[in-house]
Design a protein around this ligand. Structure first.
Ligand code: ADP
Ligand code: MG
Length: 392
C-alpha cells in the first residue's frame, strides 16, 4: 500500500480524495463532527502540496436517489469554515461534469462532489461510473477506512483507472489495527451492539475463534432474545436470523468462546418514551427493547474486570434518548476506570459508538479509537477489505 504522504510531486495534480464524511445529521445540522475533524490533516497536507482536491463522500443511505435531506451542503460548509478556504459543492449531475468544467479557474483549489450515493452506479460498483469519476483527476486517494469494506465504485472500481494511494488517516488506522490484531493480550472480550444487525450478525461467527468472550447488546441482541423463545414485541429485529444464531452458539461451544446476551432489559413503548426495567419474559407486544437492564450491566462489568483487552463496537441501547443511554454509559465508565488503572487495553470502533463517547468526553481513555464500525469488525475478522485490496 502506497501512502500519499510518500509522494513528492503533487504540485497542481488533481486528486480524487474519497473521504468518509458520513456524520450524523438532524434537520440539516451536524450532530457530531469527529469524522470531519479527523481528516483535516490529510486536506492540509494536500493543500500544502498545492494539489487540486476533488472530495468524494457519501452521507446516509439515499439508495441511488437524490434526496434533499442527504445533501453534503452542511458538511461542505463546516469543512470550508475549518479550513478557512472556499469549497465549491458541485450539485450538477456528474454526467454533465468533466475534467475541464469541474474547476472554475486556476485559483479554485477544492471542490466537493455531491453525495456519491445519489448515483446508483456507486453501490453497484458500475465500471462506467468508476471510469467517469476517474476521468476527473490524475490520482486517487482513499482516506475512508470506514468505507473500505464496501466494494463500491468510489472505493474499489476507481482504483483500476488511476494511480491509487492510501490517505494519511487510512494509513494510520491500518497500522494501528495491525498492531492490535498481532499483539493481543488475553483474555480478550468483544462487545457488539448497535442496530446494523444484517451487516454485523454474520461477522460474529468469524470472531468467535479469536475471542474469549463475545458480549452481544443493543439491537444486535434482540434476535437472540427472540431465538431463546421470548416475545420481543416491537423491538428492532432482522428476519430469518435463526440459522445464523444457531451456528453462533454451536461454534462458540467448539471454540470455547462465551457468548453473553442480556438477562434483563429496559423497554419503552416509543423511541422517545419512558424506560421500564423488565425481565425477558415480561415484554409485551406494544413494547420495544431499548437498553440493557441492571443485572446485565453487572455481568458485563464483571467480564470487563477480568479481561485484558476489550474491543467495543455498537451502543448497548437507543442512547440518543437519555432514558436508554444508561447501559452504554455504564459500559464506557467501566472500561475507562480499568484503562486509567492500566488494567486493560481498549479499542473502540463505530461512528455512533464514538459519538456516544464524545458526549462523555471519554475518547482519550481508549487506547485506540476508530470511527469505522463495519470495516473495523471485518478487519478484526481477518478479511481483506476491498478498499485496502484496491490499494495493494
Ligand atoms: P456504530 O455506528 O457504532 O457502528 P450502529 O450504527 O450499528 O453502531 O448502531 C448505532 C445505533 O444503534 C444508534 O443509533 C443506537 O440508538 C441504536 N441502537 C442501539 N440499541 C438499540 C435498540 N435496542 N433498539 C433500537 N436502536 C438501538
Ligand atoms: Mg452507525
Amino acid at each position: 500500500m502506497r501512502s500519499i504522504s510518500e509522494e513528492s510531486n503533487l504540485n497542481n495534480k488533481k486528486i480524487l480524495l474519497r473521504l468518509d464524511l458520513n456524520v450524523p445529521l438532524k434537520n440539516g445540522k451536524i450532530e457530531d463532527t469527529t469524522r470531519i475533524d479527523k481528516i483535516l490533516p490529510t486536506l492540509k497536507f494536500l493543500i500544502n502540496q498545492n494539489s487540486r482536491i476533488i472530495i468524494l463522500s457519501h452521507v446516509g443511505r439515499p439508495k441511488g436517489k437524490q434526496t434533499d435531506d442527504l445533501t453534503l451542503k452542511p458538511i461542505c460548509e463546516d469543512l470550508s469554515y475549518k479550513l478557512n478556504q472556499n469549497i465549491k459543492l458541485v450539485i450538477e449531475n456528474l454526467s454533465q461534469i468533466n475534467r475541464d468544467n469541474l474547476f472554475e479557474n486556476n485559483k479554485e483549489k477544492i471542490v466537493m462532489l455531491e453525495n456519491i450515493r445519489f448515483y446508483s452506479g456507486e453501490e453497484k460498483n458500475d465500471v462506467e461510473f468508476a471510469k467517469h469519476l476517474s476521468s476527473l483527476a490524475d490520482i486517487y486517494v482513499n482516506d475512508a477506512f470506514s468505507c473500505s469494506h464496501r466494494a463500491h465504485a468510489s472505493i474499489y472500481g476507481i482504483s483500476n483507472f488511476l494511480p491509487s494511494y492510501a490517505g494519511l488517516q487510512l494509513d494510520l488506522e491500518v497500522k494501528a489495527l495491525k498492531k492490535i490484531t498481532s499483539e493481543i493480550k488475553k483474555p480478550i472480550t468483544c462487545i457488539i451492539g448497535g442496530s446494523k444487525i444484517s451487516t454485523k450478525i454474520n461477522i460474529i461467527k468469524n470472531l468467535i475463534p479469536k475471542f474469549d468472550n463475545i458480549i452481544i447488546v443493543g439491537g444486535m441482541a434482540n434476535n437472540i432474545i427472540k431465538y431463546m423463545g421470548y416475545n420481543i414485541g416491537k423491538s428492532l429485529q432482522e428476519e430469518n436470523s435463526d440459522v445464523i444464531i444457531k451456528e453462533i452458539f454451536s461454534l462458540s461451544e467448539k471454540e470455547n468462546c462465551k457468548i453473553i446476551y442480556p438477562e434483563d432489559i429496559v423497554v419503552g413503548k416509543e423511541l422517545n418514551g419512558i424506560p421500564q426495567i423488565k425481565e425477558l419474559n415480561k415484554i409485551t407486544s406494544d413494547e420495544m427493547i431499548l437498553d440493557i437492564g441492571p443485572k446485565t450491566i453487572q455481568i458485563v462489568q464483571n467480564i470487563i474486570d477480568y479481561s485484558n483487552t476489550i474491543l467495543w463496537n455498537g451502543p448497548a441501547g437507543y442512547f440518543e434518548n437519555p432514558n436508554f443511554a444508561n447501559g452504554s454509559i455504564k459500559i464506557a465508565e467501566k472500561i475507562i476506570e480499568n484503562n486509567k488503572l492500566d488494567k486493560i487495553y481498549s479499542v473502540v470502533g463505530g461512528g455512533d459508538t464514538v459519538s456516544l463517547l464524545n458526549t462523555l468526553n471519554a475518547i482519550d481513555n481508549f487506547n485506540f479509537v476508530s470511527t469505522a464500525g463495519g470495516a473495523f469488525l471485518e478487519y478484526l475478522e481477518g478479511k481483506e477489505l476491498p478498499g485496502i485490496k484496491a490499494l495493494n
